[in-house]
Design a protein around this ligand. Sequence first.
Ligand code: 8ID
Ligand code: ZN
Length: 351
Amino acid sequence: NISGQNRVAIFDKKGGPVSVKDVPIQRDLKRGEALVRVIYSGVCHTDLHAMLGDWPLDNKLPLVGGHEGAGVVVALGEGADQYVKVGDRVGIKWIATSCLNCSFCRIGAEPNCPNAQCSGFSVDGSFQKYAVSYANHLSIIPDELPLDEAAPILCAGVTVYKALKEANLTPGQWVAIPGAGGGLGHLAVQYAVYAGYRVIAIDTGSDKKALCEKLGAERFIDFKTSKNLVDDIKAATPDGFGPQAAVVAASGAAAYEQALDYIRPRGVLVAVGLPGQADIKANVFFTVFRSVRVVGSYVGNRQDAQEALDIAATGKVKTTYKTLGLSQLPQVYDDMQSGKIAGRIVLDIDQ
Ligand code: 8ID
Ligand code: ZN
């Protein structure tokens, strides 16, 4: 039963403010669209970048953000029933749709599809009670996984799961994770441990240290108090040569500055965090001499999302989160900007 009004968190211009209001529900679904009753949504730092407008890409305005939406399908447009049914528990992720037919989609590089749409960026996202999305990219949430626990897997989880695949490690190898105490990072620690990798967590403060250690990081290095980050990270590996990979999951540019120096020869820097203005400076001589690689990793495809959810459904990777109401989104953005959030915030869309 679709009744009542829609409730949305929306902003009209760069920098906000974000306001929560009631608007009519959109029921005229186009071909391939699905109407999802969103119950919970995670808040990703990407939502904050979009609200602040600090990326070199423009989002739609006004915008309803959110791309870690977990809910239930309540109505389908024509042709959408080949992907999902009314009543299915589904996830709205960052990639809202892609053409599924270009040379990128055909090899499973759906995020690189030139016609991809992004939830909470180029189309309205999950910070609303009723979200119109695209059936072809909805994720099916496993029965054993509660919707609130599933929400952060839809961006943070799938992104770091995919980034670790890109690092191409084998069990027993070491990965440094700058940003390890944040939304993406704390899940990266867990997917890494799940895969048999050894984790050096890098972040700041006692809350994030405790969180990372609880989740299985063998070392925690505080980037604000370390006197020599490169030496400290290298010293954390038994032979002193440093980790085989760095998966940079921090939202700030500084986290990239020394990563090429502390990974070991033949290591890989996987770029995940998205500071709007930043460069990775790679000295040519030492890139060759040390034979290091730099790889960008952008969310994941439909299968990556399904795999990340399936692992979370085993309970071996679990989001650490606090639940707040949709109406508290402005406060969440403030806290995120000042680095106060360890793990994730999940919004109850009805509160
Ligand atoms: O597909 C992608 N590549 C993708 C997908 C989703 C999100 C990329 N992202 C991007 C976001 O846009 C954002 O830029 O990843 C970044 C992290 O998102 P998040 O995990 O949602 O942010 P957070 O919860 O605020 O955590 C960031 C952590 O980084 C730490 C902070 O202390 C915080 O715990 N951090 C910072 I800022 N600077 C650091 C540094 N120099 C650092 N940790 C270590 N070293
Ligand atoms: Zn995200």
